[in-house]
Design a protein around this ligand. Structure first.
Ligand SMILES: Nc1ncnc2c1ncn2[C@@H]1O[C@H](COP(=O)(O)OP(=O)(O)O)[C@@H](O)[C@H]1O
Ligand SMILES: Nc1ccn([C@H]2C[C@H](O)[C@@H](COP(=O)(O)OP(=O)(O)O)O2)c(=O)n1
Length: 695
């Protein structure tokens, strides 16, 4: 869950000027992990609909499986997950559970397993609960100190008061007195106890007393509502005392629907308040019926100027007051979503003050310090207090910045809102800046598709979407280089050769002769071709033709019909429409000369004919196709000659292209060279140290 080799190092968001459309939110993290735990402890099978698929729910599911629960995915995509619970009886009495950085898994599992271990005993080393290094810095002492007086054997095996934990038993439980837990650092400890205590409440009522002023009360409300769904009716007196009636026992409700994540909604609400100028953005999955506390973010966004209409299970949001209004808000009830307000403050007039947010310090990272450090990079003035943050937007042009995300999904999602900087009132008439988000993949904790969903809604500033073109002769490695560079940059990839090949295949199927230019142009103008998930789909609903397109005969015909000017003209718009945020890497013959003459970086890729023939030979051999080297060389030279000599968009380097002969370069070396050129083309890497400051 920390940055890894298969996660792109950064994502550059182009300057954005508008946003609109519809977004469907992923399931709520808080509800998903509570429901999973309840289903795992209850008797019977629970069908969980619309569960969030993310890092945090994955570790919870792994833990439940390890503990002996049966977890069965639906046979139909998007269908419910079936969880058959333990019915309050331990199936295994020893387990090593890795819980990543998921507080919503660590705390309630610790409480539930500590009580079950005391009641039913453990074997060997008992239950060991651990996570990534940051998890071992996040306090759990208040929960440990609530459990030990009950007779639970809880050892902190690293630092006292922090995970990892070792839980063992049996031991006599002392449940007569009130169970005391502190509530002023995190409400998750109270939630953990409330979720766990029904396991030992068969024969007596249990009382929990909160010490100190309970924070984040709305999260406790979610806990109480979900407990009720599973048959536990907790009585509460204010927010100080909670009573579980005697005879409380978990019963599966049969099916549970997880609503959309209200905290995730905050990024879209914030973005729409800034940039949904003409029509509202529709956000589906949460609304007036939501049980999540973060739905109250709507009130905070309205206070800043957002125009929000609530439906039962959807929100319609557009820009209201503009510029946004600076606010002075107590954010104790919405600690997670309040981060979004800090970025919205960059579009307000004056200074916004967010207070009562000390809990930010013990989240995925120290969010107070992180937010100050990152917003300051744009030129904002940010004051970080012990439990508050004050944000004043930049006075003029924003500075280019690379934003660290500290392995914190919310820092990354917040960063996306800075890309609307062309709209910032204080920066009117100034040059806009692209925003570099470092380690964007950290959003996988709660919202793996966040950037794709966000980018599908936005309109970039005219001409702001970057394009990198790679042209060159056959088998020079264009496709390989383009797809790797696109992956590293998180950009789209257009393999224009596949487009010509698809025309050839469609023409062959329709019985159109390779020299029937008008018929071919008409076919190309309405070609039902889609690239999705690295595959090519032809027709409606779509046949996967990826492998067919690579066939030799199709390549031959593509080369032939690609010489026809009317066909090339018919494909022009299709190719230009591929220029979508965050950016495009495209390869072919005329990408830099004809299709994207304004590309920010153009590369002309070559390798000796002998090298190219050898590469193609290896490629074909790997695919099980036999071919001789001399024949391949002859074919490749003929194709080069045809591509170079045709009158329409012949293969040649654009005048402003960089030449790369990769005859003696590895694929990795070519990728690195191109990425260096890309940094140069943008005037160097943006401001900001490459590594996050120590937490
Ligand atoms: N720099 C390189 N060094 C060695 N082999 C390469 C290099 N670039 C690409 N190849 C290999 O050459 C073959 C042809 O590359 P491909 O990307 O399909 O070429 P093109 O798109 O230019 O026709 C592939 O098997 C690929 O792995
Ligand atoms: N932008 C482009 C891309 C491909 N073509 C032509 C040239 C090629 O002969 C065919 C097929 O392209 P592709 O890049 O897939 O072909 P090779 O793998 O290099 O054989 O289309 C073109 O004319 N213009």
């Amino acid at each position: 869950m920390s940055a890894s080799a298969d996660r792109p190092p950064f994502l550059d968001l182009p300057p954005l000027v508008a946003l609109g459309g519809t977004v469907r939110l992923p399931g709520s993290k808080s509800i998903s992990n509570r429901v999973l735990l309840l289903a795992g402890l209850a008797e019977g099978t629970t069908l969980v609909h619309d569960l969030l698929a993310s890092d945090d729910t994955a570790v919870m599911l792994d833990a439940l499986r390890t503990l002996g629960c049966t977890v069965t995915p639906s046979a139909t995509p998007g269908g419910p997950l079936a969880v058959t619970g333990l019915g309050g009886r331990l199936a295994v009495k020893e387990a090593d559970l890795f819980l990543g950085n998921a507080g919503t898994a660590m705390r309630p599992l610790a409480a539930a397993l500590a009580l079950l271990a005391a009641r039913q005993g453990t074997t060997g080393a008992g239950f060991r609960l651990r996570g990534i290094p940051r998890m071992h810095e996040r306090p759990i002492g208040d929960l440990v100190e609530a459990l030990r007086p009950l007779g639970c054997q809880v050892a902190c095996t690293g630092t006292e008061g922090y995970p990892p934990l070792a839980l063992s038993g049996p031991g006599a439980l002392a449940l007569d007195a009130s169970i005391r837990v502190r509530g002023d650092v995190s409400s998750q400890f109270l939630t953990a106890l409330l979720l766990a205590l029904p396991l030992v409440a068969e024969d007596r009522a249990l009382q929990v007393e909160v010490q100190g002023e309970l924070i984040s009360k709305p999260y406790v409300e979610i806990t109480l509502k979900l407990l009720a769904r599973f048959g536990i009716a907790v009585e509460r007196e204010g927010w100080q005392r909670f009573t579980l009636p005697a005879g409380s026992r978990y019963r599966s409700p049969g099916a549970v629907h997880v609503e959309g994540d209200a905290s995730s909604a905050s990024y879209f609400i914030g973005a729409a308040a800034i940039a949904a100028v003409d029509a509202p953005l529709r956000i589906e999955g949460v609304g007036a019926d939501s049980i999540q506390g973060d739905i109250r973010f709507v009130d905070a966004a309205r206070a800043m100027g957002a125009d929000v209409t609530m439906e039962a299970n959807a929100l319609l949001v557009k820009r209201g007051a503009w510029p946004l209004k600076a606010v002075d808000l107590d954010c104790n009830a919405i600690p997670d979503a309040a981060m979004t307000l800090a970025v919205m403050a960059l579009y307000a007039q004056g200074t916004t003050r967010l207070s009562n947010i000390a809990s930010w310090r013990v989240k995925e990272t120290d969010r107070l310090a992180a937010m100050r450090a990152e917003l300051t990079k744009f030129g904002a003035t940010v004051i970080e207090g012990p439990d508050f943050l004050e944000v004043t937007p930049p006075a003029g042009a924003w500075q280019r910045a690379a934003l660290h995300t500290y392995d914190d999904h919310r820092m990354a999602m917040c960063a996306s809102l800075a890309a609307f900087n062309p709209l910032a009132p204080g920066a009117a008439g100034q040059p806009a800046v692209a925003v570099r988000v470092l380690d964007p993949g950290c959003v996988a904790k709660t919202y793996p598709d966040y950037f794709a969903d966000f980018l599908a809604l936005v309109t970039p500033q005219a001409g702001a979407v970057p394009v990198i073109t790679i042209d060159g002769p056959t088998a020079s490695g264009k496709g390989t280089l383009a797809s790797r560079v696109a992956q590293r940059l998180g950009y789209h990839h257009l393999d224009s050769g596949a487009l010509y090949r698809a025309c050839a295949l469609a023409a062959q199927r329709a019985g159109i002769a390779p020299d029937d230019e008008p018929a071919l142009a008409a076919l190309a103008a309405a070609l039902p071709l889609r690239f999705e998930g690295g595959r090519a789909w032809l027709g409606t609903p779509g046949e996967d033709v990826t492998d067919r397109l690579r066939e030799e005969a199709i390549g031959q015909m593509a080369s032939q019909i690609a010489a026809l000017p009317a066909l090339r003209a018919a494909l022009l718009d299709w190719q230009r429409r591929c220029r979508r945020a965050p950016g495009l890497v495209t390869d072919g013959r005329d990408m830099g000369t004809v299709i994207f003459p304004d590309a920010q970086l153009k590369v002309f890729l070559t390798a000796s004919a002998a090298q190219r023939a050898e590469r193609r030979h290896r490629q074909l051999a790997a695919a099980g196709v036999s071919a001789t080297l001399p024949a391949l060389l002859a074919d490749l030279e003929a194709r080069d000659a045809r591509d170079r000599s045709r009158s329409s968009a012949p293969l040649k380097a654009a005048e402003d292209a960089r030449q790369l002969d990769n005859s003696a370069l590895s694929i990795e070396a070519s990728v690195e060279q191109l990425l260096r050129w890309w940094d140069d083309a943008q005037g160097g890497a943006p401001h900001g140290p490459e590594h996050a400051p120590a937490a």
